[in-house]
Design a protein around this ligand. Structure first.
Ligand code: CP
Length: 302
């Protein structure tokens, strides 16, 4: 069995990324391809999730495999003190692949080192969310017809938002221009800006949501990640800093699409949902096809 895992988007080359996107397109055209009958995949969610868990589990079912796992770790032997290492070693004796979300940064990489089967990182703290990134790329490709040379405006919590960290890294293959729109407290961490500098990729930072609404191809909105703050007062200060409303979209580019990994809180008014720029619900649907493609690729079937 293949032991390739997906922990960081950097684990996939540009060619592998494009291969997964191409396979996802095939799955979107034909959702029922049960070539994983007889396989069992573990879905281990140590942290809450709606889309990622349900789309992975739907993908597993549509591929003909079976799912075991949990969505609430308080019902597992972790509550009796079992270590992550022991849990992963034991589960990997039962299954052909592990999909795992965990609040600790680096936990997925660690799990992949102790597991005997491939591990997919479904989000580890503020670090990475690579399957989200692949579905974001798929959504960008579908709406723009290309990945190359786009202006991507990332808005909101760029400090703790793992989806922006993974997406920035993936888009670095495709000659992007970035706008980072955030309050001072939630700026893109220096390590990611250093990464862009090392690749010669340009970016601008602003605190104003209005500043670059009209010159971007993708407006990537994010939620302020309450669960990552150690100081509740700091969260209160920044939680409602941006609110996108339909009335602000009068001069945006015709091709512009608004993406959001969801869940949203207050950062996108519901009146935006009815505009031709809103793409976030379709983006979440795309996650199903992309996750079918990721599973198939890592298990050596596509
Ligand atoms: N986008 C995302 O990760 O959503 P969930 O937290 O609902 O899985």
């Amino acid at each position: 069995m293949s032991k390739k895992s997906l922990i960081s988007i950097g684990d996939f080359s540009k060619e592998e990324i494009l291969h997964v996107l191409e396979t996802a397109k095939e799955f979107e055209q034909n959702k029922e391809q049960k070539f994983l009958e007889g396989k069992v995949i573990a879905s281990l969610f140590f942290e809450p999730s709606t889309r990622t868990r349900l789309s992975f589990e739907t993908a597993i079912n549509r591929l003909g495999a079976k799912v075991i796992g949990f969505s609430d770790a308080s019902n597992t032997s972790q509550s009796k003190g079992e270590t992550l290492k022991d849990t992963i070693k034991m589960v990997s004796n039962y299954v052909d692949m592990i999909v795992m979300r965990h609040p600790l940064e680096g936990s997925s990489r660690y799990a992949s080192e102790v597991a005997s089967v491939p591990v997919v990182n479904a989000g580890d703290g503020a670090n990475q969310h690579p399957s989200q990134t692949l579905l974001d790329l798929y959504s960008i490709l579908k709406t723009q017809g290309r990945l190359d040379g786009l202006t991507v405006n990332m808005v909101g919590d760029l400090k703790y938002g793992r989806t922006t960290h993974s997406l920035l890294q993936a888009l670095s293959h495709f000659n992007p221009r970035f706008i980072f729109t955030s309050p001072e407290e939630l700026k893109m961490p220096q390590e990611y800006k250093d990464f862009l500098d090392s690749k010669g990729i340009g970016y601008e930072e602003t605190t104003s949501l209005e500043a670059h609404l009209n010159d971007c191809d993708i407006l990537y909105m994010t939620r302020v990640q309450q669960e990552r703050f150690t100081d509740p007062m700091e969260y209160e200060r920044v939680k409602d800093v941006y609110r996108l409303e339909a009335s602000m979209l009068g001069k945006v580019k015709d091709n512009m699409k608004i993406l959001h990994p969801l869940p949203r809180v207050n950062e996108i008014d519901q009146d935006v949902d009815e505009t031709p720029y809103a793409y976030y619900f379709k983006q979440a649907e795309n996650g199903l096809y992309v996750r079918m493609a990721i599973i198939s690729y890592l298990l050596g079937y596509r």
